[in-house]
Write a protein that binds this ligand. Structure first.
Ligand SMILES: Cc1ncc(COP(=O)(O)O)c(C=O)c1O
Length: 457
């Protein structure tokens, strides 16, 4: 089988969803009504939806069958025990606290351990993680070293361990409730973290008496990269790699909408009894009883089954290869993309492509609007719109201006992706015609979700 170059989807299609074809004129009207914010577009008006890989994947036949086994008992449902077993099989933490999605787990954790004067180091906080840290008055610090976005390195998601040492020494371990590692590193291009780096970070954190938590949304993709790229892991089964990552940590937050292969769900897990008690008390206040935590029994079943499927090697080989197929095709045609291609998404470098648009006129927004206008493709700005506004209301350029084309799991076929390649090439060839944007209305936090824009003439 290995002699064939084409990596096929390791599934057949069992049930289909129609895509509604639209014209450029229709999409222009939709953009205007949406205040040029793609989060405000009716999904029926989107042809290929690459806004996020979160909760947008296709569930398998076996997950839908598991949904039928959902037991909706308020307390102690069998579905809870199946979920708990599936989570602890990969992440054997003592306490598992279910939540309706990743940010609910973050909200609970940081409302217990955050607060003014505290600081949370992470290789790179995702936007909701940063917002949940900052909402408590704590500071969120990113420690991924700067990289040339186009340089090929195997583990560009790694944390700068020396920088972590410095932060702990300068700020004092007593002000740091937890050290976080986001695997894969979403804000930095979906790049993986090596086991060696995780080991080094774990050692530093533990030497200072600090717990290490994983933001493990894409743990299986990260494990696959370790298997492919890190010495000594080629023959290690993916579930064992996951368990090795977990053993280096003291807890985790998780959005099951990614590598849980589910449409909703998440959890918080840890070994510390006192912390678990504090978090469960908060859970009961905000999410629900500890054996369902904001989820229906059927959701718990879907996640449990998803956790078995996501570590299958045929699935991961197809998943990582099909993302690379899109990215490499764009790279070969001269479109600037973050290299190497990450696990769940291709990141277009809008700052490099649209050098005539300054960061504070949002080149990423301009490119994502153009992709929607021309081809009905919905991507997501990850740049100055997402990260440029500070808690005090001031604004500065984000670290990069990217457009993320996130690939929903098991959802689109190669012909959909070939269409995306054609549209991106078309837009890139006309990059000089694109203009920037200004924000006409924005909320104080997470502005990218609801801000309204106006094109600059
Ligand atoms: C790295 C990372 N952490 C946390 C989250 C938050 O998860 P959720 O969307 O389920 O709240 C996400 C979601 O995209 C993410 O990518």
């Amino acid at each position: 089988m290995d002699r064939w170059q084409t990596i096929i989807e390791p599934f057949r299609i069992h049930s289909v969803e129609p895509i509604r074809m639209t014209t450029v004129a229709e999409r222009e009207r939709a953009l205007e009504a949406a205040g040029w914010n793609l989060f405000n577009i009716h999904a029926d008006d989107v042809l290929i939806d690459l806004l996020t890989d979160s909760g947008t994947g296709a569930m398998s036949r076996d997950q839908w069958a598991a949904v039928q086994h959902g037991d909706e008992s308020y307390a102690g449902s069998p579905s809870w025990y199946r979920f708990l077993g599936a989570v602890q099989n990969l992440f054997p933490f003592k306490h598992v606290i279910p939540a309706h999605q990743g940010r609910a787990a973050e909200k609970i954790l940081f409302s217990v351990i955050g607060g003014p004067g505290k600081l949370v180091p992470n290789n790179a906080h995702f936007d909701t993680t940063r917002a949940n840290v900052e909402f408590t008055g704590a500071e969120a610090v990113d420690l991924t070293p700067p990289h040339d976005p186009h340089e090929i390195l195997p583990f560009k998601g790694d944390m700068d361990v020396a920088a972590l040492e410095r932060v702990i020494e300068e700020r004092g371990a007593e002000h740091i409730p937890v050290v976080f590692m986001t695997i894969t590193n979403n804000s930095m291009g979906g790049q993986p973290v090596s086991m060696a780096n995780l080991r080094a970070v774990s050692k530093v954190a533990h030497r200072h008496g600090l717990p290490l938590f994983l933001d493990a949304c894409r743990f299986a993709e990260n494990a696959w990269f370790i298997k492919q790229r890190e010495d000594g892991y080629a023959d290690v089964p993916v579930p064992d790699i996951v368990r090795e990552m977990a053993a280096l940590a003291d807890g985790m937050t998780m959005s099951a909408k990614k590598d849980g292969l589910a449409n909703i769900g998440g959890w918080l897990a840890m070994n510390d009894d006192a912390l678990a008690e504090g978090c469960r008390n908060m859970l009961i206040l905000t999410e629900g009883f500890p054996t369902y935590g904001g989820l229906a029994g059927r959701d718990l079943e879907a996640i449990a089954q998803g956790l078995e499927e996501v570590v299958e090697e045929d699935y991961l080989r197809y998943r990582i290869r099909s993302t690379a197929y899109l990215g490499e095709a764009l790279d070969e045609s001269g479109v600037p993309v973050i290299m190497p291609i990450g696990g769940h998404a291709v990141y277009l470098d809008a700052r490099a492509l649209l050098q005539h648009i300054p960061p504070l006129q949002y080149p990423g927004q301009s490119l994502s609007v153009a992709l929607y206008r021309e081809g009905g493709i919905r991507g997501c700005e990850i740049g100055t719109v997402m990260f440029g506004r500070h808690p005090d209301g001031t604004e500065s350029p984000g670290p990069m201006d990217l457009v993320r084309l996130a690939i929903p799991r098991r959802t689109y076929t190669q012909s959909h992706i070939d269409y995306v390649i054609e549209v991106v090439r078309y837009v890139a060839a006309r990059a000089a015609d694109l203009r920037g944007f200004r924000i006409v209305r924005e909320p104080p936090a997470l502005r990218h979700f609801t801000a309204r824009f106006e094109p600059l003439r």
